[in-house]
Design a protein around this ligand. Structure first.
Ligand code: K1U
Ligand code: ZN
Length: 189
């Protein structure tokens, strides 16, 4: 009788990767709507949704993503400023800007829902943001630099505000017209 060679087995089983979600691209009414608070009834769904939002943000790639950008009407956002380095994701449920500095800073912003368009946006330099984590505990972040800008950009998304809404009407309309044209081209092939 000959010995059977066992089939090769991987030494470790990698954790299953969450699936990405399709991004909502401007113009779209879902990006202009104020979202609703996450309630206790949403909690079970929010954990899996946050993992899929992180997978979508890393794949894009981006440093933040808010629920309306994946078509979900909830006050939920994810942020990670180190997408290429060691992951350091922050999941923000019902985030709220508690305090802003009087000093402002101008930084170039992009948006995964307005691909290929970038513009200088002026915002408070420092912010204090409160939010609930996945365990329902309230957390506070005091942020400056890119993190402060990114947190404000994501919380704006939850209020139906896009970075172009901080620009002059002229600059905003130039960008939005390009987006309308690109959407038409994608639709008509
Ligand atoms: O919310 C979003 O649309 C994501 C957006 C966040 C953001 C970027 C810049 C300033 C404020 C907020 C992006 O992530 S756009 C892509 C981007 O900035 C980036 C992508 C890869 C590496 C580093 C940055
Ligand atoms: Zn954005």
């Amino acid at each position: 009788m000959s010995a059977q060679t066992p089939a090769a087995q991987p030494e470790t089983t990698a954790a299953p990767q969450a699936e990405t979600l399709p991004l909502v691209i401007a113009p779209d009414p879902r990006l202009k709507t104020r979202t609703r608070l996450v309630t206790a009834a949403d909690r079970t769904r929010v954990s899996a949704l946050a993992q899929r939002m992180l997978a979508t943000m890393y794949a894009a790639p981006g440093i933040g993503l808010a629920a309306p950008q994946v078509g979900v009407d909830l006050r939920l956002a994810v942020v990670d400023l180190q997408p290429d380095d060691k992951p350091a994701p922050i999941i923000l449920i019902n985030p709220k800007v508690e305090k802003t500095s009087t000093e402002e800073v101008t930084r170039e912003e992009g948006c995964l829902s307005i691909p290929g368009q970038y513009a200088d946006v002026t915002r408070p330099e420092r912010v204090t943001v409160s939010y609930e984590d996945l365990d329902g505990h309230t957390q506070t972040i005091e942020a400056d630099g890119l993190l402060a800008t990114c947190l404000q950009h994501e919380i704006d998304h939850l209020d139906g505000i896009l970075f172009v809404d901080h620009l002059s009407a002229l600059k905003r309309n130039i960008i939005l017209r390009k987006m309308v044209k690109e959407k038409r081209l994608r639709k008509n092939g």
